[in-house]
Design a binder for this molecule. Structure first.
Ligand code: 3H9
Length: 686
C-alpha cells in the first residue's frame, strides 16, 4: 500500500502531504505517517517548521470509523495530537477542504490553521453518538470560546471558511496558493500551544446559558450531556485532567449501543448507495426534463421534488379541472412554506416556473423520465404504460410510483420493459427521504442507475429493491399492522400499543398514525383485496374515521391534534374480541413491543431470502428514511442483531404458538443464523 503521507523538504520547510483516499480518514497508517513527519521535522536542524497539507476531496474526514471497536494501534490519535501540541517547531495546517472530527483535532493542535475557500471545519462526532475524543472538547473552546464551541459540537454541522475564521477556529482564508501562504505563516513567532490558552474560553455565564439551551436535545442522546460536561471541565480542571475526562466519556460512548447503531447507519447508508450486481462502468442516462402523471397528493409532491432540484417538470392530468386543482395544491404547499419562513418568495417563484401543467399523455413526448402516480389500479396502469410506450422518446425511463402492484405486469404492456421500473416515493413525497427504486425482471442496469442517480439529485435516499407485494417497507409494515390489530383483540388498548412504539423512539404509534391518515384508506384497500381487520372495520362502520371525524381510535374533541382515550373504543374492541372468540388479557409493554417489531424482522429475513433486498443494511435504510425508525436504534435488522437472534427466534416461536398464526414462525434464514450464532451484519452482500 502506498504511504499515505508524502514528506518533502523545500527551503528549510517540511511539507507532509496526506493522500489517503477516499477521504483521508485517520487510519493507523496515516497516524503513523504524520507522527513520523513531526519527529523528522523536530529532529532535523535544517528544518524550521512543518506544513501539514492534504490532497483529495477532504483535508481529513476524522478518525477512521471502521477501526472503532478494534484494539488501538500506536500511535493513537491522542499520541499524534500530543506530539503536535508539544512540538518545539511551528506547525501549520493548510486546510484545503473539510477538516472534520479527529481531522480538526489534528489541526487545532497545530500552531496555525490557514484555510482555503472550500474548507469546512466541524466536529460532527455527535452524529455518530460520540464526542470529540482527542482533545477537541478542550481546544475548540480555547480557540472560539466555550459557548460557540459547545454549539459546534452539539449541532455537529461544520462551519464554512468565512465563519471558521470569524469564530477564531481558523487564522485566515487564502484564495490563492495555500501552500505558499502556509509557508509564509511559519515566519511568524510561534504562538503558545492552544492547550495553554485558557483565556480563550470566554465567559462561563455565556457557556452555561448555551449549555442550558442545548441540553434540551439530550433526551435520547447521551453524547450531548457528555459534550456539555467536557466543555464545562475546561473551566474547572487543568488541561491534561480535562483531556483524560473527555477520553473516558469518549470510550464510554463508543461502547454505547446507541453509538454502535449510528455507526451502522453511517455505513449502511453508504453501502445502499452502491447498487448490488450493477456491471462496472454502467452509466446513468441524462435527465433534463421529467413528467409526472397525476397531480393528487403523491403526484404533486413528486413534481415538487423535481422543481426543488432545478429540473423542469410537466405535471400531466386527464382534464383541465383536475389539472387546475393539482396546480393549486402545489402552489398552496409552496405558499405555506413561504408563510412559515422556510422558503424565500424568490425561490418559490423559481420553483413554480419549473412546473408546467398539461392535459393528456402525449405531453410526455419530450420527457427523459416519466413518473406515473395515477390510481392504484392495474388495468389503468397498463393502459397508461402502453400509451407511454407509443409517445415517449426511445430511452425514456418509465417509472411507476405504485406502492403494491406488480411492475413486471406494467412493463409487459410496453415494448421496452428494460426501461420500466418503480420509483416509490413516501408520503409526503416532498418531505420524506426514502425512494424505493424497484428493479423489475427486465429493468436494465442503465435504467436502474438513472433512477438512483436522479433520486440522489432530488435529495432522496434511493434504495434498490425487487418486485413483490408492498416491496420492502410496506411489506414489513403490514406485519406490524396485523399485530397491532391483533393485540387490541387480545386485550391491549390503542394507547398501550402506541406507547410501546413511542417509548421505543418512534414519533407516533400505529393507531395515532391511522387516525391522522384516516381509517377509510386502509378500509378501502382491505375491501379491494378481500382482507379483514375486525377492529379497524368496526370503527369505520361506526363512522370513526380518525381526526377528520374527531374520533377514531382516540377522541379529538374540538378538532384537537392529540387524541384522548375513549371508553367507547375499549367497549367496541371488547365486543369485537368476543365475536371473534379471542380471550382478552393484560399484556405488558415489553411483549407489545416484541409483538410489533419482531414479526417485521422476520419478514425482513424473508425479504433477504428472496433477494428482494440485497443487504440487511438496505432494509434498515428503508425504515430509517421511510418510516422514521429512530436512527439510534439502527433499523430493524440491526436491532435484531443487537437483541440477539436467538432471542428473536424464541420469541417468534412463542408468539406463533400463542396465537396459532404460523406466519409468525421464524423464517428459515432467521432460524439458521440464530442456530449458527450468526447475525444479519455477518451476512455477505448478495
Ligand atoms: C472522530 O473523528 C473521533 C475523534 O474525535 C476521536 C477519535 C479517538 N472513517 O460519505 P462519502 C468512507 S469520529 C472511515 O460517500 P462524501 C465512507 O464510508 C469521525 N471511512 O463521501 C465511504 O466509503 P465507501 C468524525 C469513512 O464525499 C467513503 O469514505 N468524522 C469516513 O459524500 C466516501 O464517503 C465524521 O463523522 C471515516 N471517518 O462525504 C465524518 N468518512 O466508498 C464522516 C467517510 O466504501 N464522513 N468514509 O462507501 C462524512 O461525513 C463524509 O464521508 C464526508 C465526505 C463529508 C467526509
Amino acid at each position: 500500500m502506498a504511504d499515505p503521507v508524502r514528506f518533502d523538504v523545500v527551503d528549510g520547510v517540511a511539507v507532509a502531504t496526506i493522500g489517503n483516499p477516499p477521504v483521508n480518514a485517520l487510519s493507523a497508517a496515516l497516524r503513523a505517517g504524520l507522527f513520523r513527519a513531526v519527529q523528522r521535522a523536530e529532529a532535523d536542524p535544517a528544518i524550521r517548521g512543518l506544513v501539514i497539507a492534504a490532497e483529495g476531496r477532504t483535508f481529513i474526514a476524522g478518525a477512521d470509523i471502521s477501526e472503532f471497536g478494534k484494539p488501538p494501534a500506536s500511535p493513537t490519535l491522542a499520541e499524534l495530537v500530543a506530539a503536535l501540541d508539544g512540538a518545539a517547531k511551528p506547525v501549520v495546517a493548510a486546510i484545503q477542504a473539510a477538516a472534520l472530527g479527529g481531522g480538526l483535532e489534528v489541526a487545532m493542535a497545530c500552531s496555525w490553521r490557514v484555510i482555503g475557500p472550500r474548507a469546512k471545519l466541524g466536529l460532527p462526532e455527535v452524529k455518530l453518538g460520540l464526542l470529540p475524543g482527542s482533545g477537541g472538547t478542550q481546544r475548540a473552546p480555547r480557540l472560539m470560546g466555550a459557548a460557540a464551541a459547545l454549539r459546534l459540537m452539539v449541532v455537529g454541522d461544520p462551519l464554512d471558511a468565512e465563519a471558521a475564521v470569524a469564530s477564531g477556529l481558523a487564522d485566515t482564508v487564502v484564495a490563492g496558493d495555500l501552500l505558499a501562504a502556509a509557508r509564509e505563516w511559519l515566519g511568524r513567532p510561534k504562538p503558545k500551544p492552544v492547550s495553554q490558552r485558557d483565556e480563550g474560553l470566554g465567559s462561563r455565564e455565556d457557556f452555561e446559558k448555551e449549555a442550558a439551551a442545548l441540553a434540551k436535545r439530550a433526551t435520547t442522546e447521551p453524547q450531548v450531556a457528555d459534550c456539555i460536561a467536557c466543555v464545562r471541565a475546561a473551566f474547572e480542571m487543568p488541561f491534561a485532567e480535562a483531556v483524560a475526562f473527555e477520553r473516558e466519556a469518549f470510550l464510554r460512548l463508543l461502547d454505547d449501543p446507541r453509538s454502535k447503531a449510528l455507526r451502522h447507519v453511517f455505513f449502511a447508508e453508504r453501502e445502499a448507495a452502491r447498487i448490488a450486481g450493477l456491471p462496472a462502468g454502467t452509466q446513468p442516462r441524462p435527465v433534463a426534463r421529467a413528467a409526472v402523471l397525476g397531480s393528487g397528493t403523491m403526484g404533486a409532491g413528486i413534481a415538487m421534488c423535481f422543481a426543488n432540484a432545478g429540473i423542469p417538470v410537466r405535471v400531466i392530468e386527464t382534464d383541465e379541472a383536475a389539472l387546475a386543482r393539482g396546480m393549486e395544491r402545489i402552489r398552496g404547499t409552496y405558499e405555506s412554506s413561504v408563510k412559515r419562513g422556510s422558503l424565500a418568495p424568490a425561490k418559490r417563484d423559481e420553483r413554480l416556473a419549473l412546473i408546467e401543467g398539461a392535459v393528456g399523455l402525449d405531453a410526455t413526448a419530450e420527457a427523459d423520465l416519466v413518473v406515473e402516480a395515477v390510481f392504484e389500479e392495474m388495468g389503468l396502469k397498463k393502459q397508461v404504460f402502453a400509451h407511454l410506450d407509443r409517445v415517449t422518446k426511445p430511452g425514456t425511463i418509465l417509472a411507476t410510483n405504485t406502492s403494491y402492484l406488480d411492475i413486471d405486469e406494467m412493463a409487459a404492456a410496453t415494448s421496452r420493459p428494460q426501461d420500466v421500473l418503480g420509483m416509490h416515493f413516501f408520503s409526503p413525497a416532498n418531505v420524506m427521504k426514502l425512494l424505493e427504486v424497484v428493479r423489475g425482471r427486465d429493468t436494465s442496469p442503465e435504467a436502474l442507475a438513472t433512477a438512483a442517480e436522479i433520486g440522489r439529485k432530488l435529495a432522496k435516499v434511493p434504495v434498490v429493491v425487487g418486485v413483490c407485494y408492498g416491496f420492502v417497507g410496506n411489506r414489513m409494515l403490514s406485519r406490524r399492522t396485523q399485530q397491532a390489530e391483533r393485540l387490541l383483540l387480545e386485550g391491549a388498548t390503542p394507547e398501550q400499543v402506541d406507547k410501546a412504539l413511542v417509548d421505543f423512539g418512534f414519533r407516533m404509534g400505529p393507531f395515532a398514525m391511522s387516525d391522522l391518515a384516516g381509517l377509510d384508506i386502509g378500509w378501502r384497500i382491505r375491501r379491494a383485496t378481500g382482507k379483514r381487520a375486525p377492529v379497524a372495520d368496526a370503527l369505520v362502520e361506526a363512522e370513526r374515521l380518525g381526526q377528520k371525524t374527531q374520533k377514531g381510535y382516540y377522541l379529538y374533541p374540538d378538532g384537537a391534534r392529540t387524541g384522548v382515550p375513549d371508553s367507547e373504543v375499549t367497549a367496541l374492541i371488547r365486543r369485537v374480541a368476543a365475536q371473534e372468540g379471542v380471550e382478552q388479557r393484560e399484556i405488558g409493554q415489553a411483549e407489545i413491543l416484541d409483538r410489533l417489531v419482531l414479526p417485521m424482522v422476520n419478514e425482513g429475513a424473508r425479504i433477504l431470502e428472496e433477494g428482494i433486498a440485497a443487504r440487511p443494511g438496505d432494509i434498515d435504510v428503508v425504515w430509517l428514511h421511510g418510516y422514521n425508525w429512530p436512527a439510534w436504534r439502527g433499523g430493524p435488522m440491526h436491532y435484531a442483531d443487537s437483541v440477539g437472534l436467538l432471542h428473536v427466534v424464541a420469541r417468534l416461536a412463542e408468539f406463533a404458538q400463542q396465537t396459532g398464526d404460523d406466519s409468525l414462525l421464524p423464517s428459515p434464514l432467521l432460524a439458521r443464523l440464530a442456530a449458527e450464532g450468526g447475525s444479519f451484519a455477518g451476512l455477505k452482500a448478495g
